[in-house]
Design a protein around this ligand. Structure first.
Ligand code: COA
Length: 325
């Protein structure tokens, strides 16, 4: 079945937190953060904003771009590591808030910062298996809720937001190749565990890292290697040269990771879309927000080839080569 990515949307919390604001509670500076990460500011939720509300807003924007009504959606896949609650998942809540009246499948995916690529692969597979016409794919995360705001080595990186895109069955193939993979995180370089309350059967368990813990150096070297591997693999699968790409939309974890990847692949860094300076690392939302910005700013014309690529905890990584509708 041929499938195209036909529309995008995104939503960011209203509150913008510049680096200078972090100086109020950790020993850091705007200059250190910018030179080491490329981040100038991030958006952080307040009041009623949540992973579900942001995901719903991003989905509405994508539906509007597609000229679709909520009841034309046949499947919802939401990638997140920061769900509002465990039951129900975010995707079923978003289905409800969008006002979908038909019974359709809606499920969450946890694949960390590669979540959007994993979700695209899942949605595409389910569309084929179930013979569906459309799928709404959402990446939404509120990392501020699991960030250790006392750890200056990690909290400077993260922000909140949501991105979405719509897949539709088509005559021409628009998803030219997809690659998802992962390797064991034997050294626990990226972890966050739930505390477990006491029950009649076992005592309470308080794991070491109930907020996001990261070994920055090890994640950095994994990230560059994984990005290179997956970009090369996907281009190879599709038989496409990097020079034919209009843009690469990588996970916005750190500008230095992206620049280092570009250098080692010998691809001009200008080809890598970057908004990490304004949004930071928004995990599952990172790639779809960047893709939405690129599309809405007129950066993609019909027929352009764009490569989406991600990596993250798990340790997951993956990429997808898309022909813009
Ligand atoms: N402000 C000021 N100084 C800071 C700081 C901050 N926010 N964070 C760390 N430092 C200090 C360190 O304490 C260290 O000081 P020292 O030399 O006196 O010991 C110095 O800056 C260098 O720290 P280091 O950890 O070597 O910095 P780095 O250049 O490796 O940058 C990261 C740290 C986290 C930005 C970087 O490792 C990184 O981006 N890793 C990948 C993270 C990532 O992408 N995660 C998400 C994956 S999905």
């Amino acid at each position: 079945m041929a499938i195209q990515l036909i529309a995008t949307g995104s939503a960011l919390p209203k509150r913008i937190v510049p680096n200078r604001e972090l100086e109020n509670f950790i020993d850091t500076s705007d200059e250190w953060i910018y030179t080491h990460t490329g981040v100038r500011e991030r958006h952080i939720i307040e009041n009623e904003e949540t992973t579900v509300s942001l995901g719903t807003d991003a989905a509405k924007a994508a539906l509007e771009m597609a000229g679709m009504q909520p009841d034309e959606v046949d499947l919802i896949v939401c990638s997140t590591i920061t769900p509002d609650c465990e039951v129900p998942g975010c995707a079923p809540r978003i289905r409800q808030l969008l006002g979908v009246t038909r019974d359709i499948p809606a499920l969450d995916i946890n694949a960390n910062c590669t979540g959007c690529i994993y979700s695209l692969a899942t949605a595409r597979g389910l569309m084929e298996t179930l013979g569906l016409e459309t799928a709404l794919v959402i990446g939404s995360d509120t990392l501020s809720t699991i960030t250790n705001w006392e750890d200056r080595g990690t909290c400077i990186l993260f922000g909140d937001g949501a991105g979405a895109f719509i897949l539709r069955r088509s005559e021409e193939e628009g998803i030219l190749a997809v690659h998802i993979s992962g390797r064991n995180d034997d050294e626990n370089v990226l972890v966050c565990n739930w505390p477990i309350p006491e029950t009649p059967f076992y005592p309470a368990k308080t794991p070491m890292h109930t907020k996001l813990y990261m070994d920055g150096h090890k994640v950095f070297s994994f990230a560059v290697g994984a990005l290179i591997d997956t970009i090369q693999y996907t281009l190879g699968q599709a038989g496409v040269e990097a020079s034919a790409l209009k843009a690469i939309v990588p996970h916005q974890a750190n500008a230095r990771i992206i620049k280092s990847t570009a250098r080692r692949l010998d691809i001009p860094v200008e080809k890598f879309y970057m908004n990490v300076d304004r949004v930071g690392n928004t995990s599952s939302a990172s790639v779809p927000i960047a893709l939405d910005e690129l599309a809405r700013s007129g950066g993609l014309q019909s027929g352009d080839l764009v490569l989406l690529a991600g990596f993250g905890g798990g340790l997951t990584y993956g990429s997808a080569l898309v022909r813009w509708k």
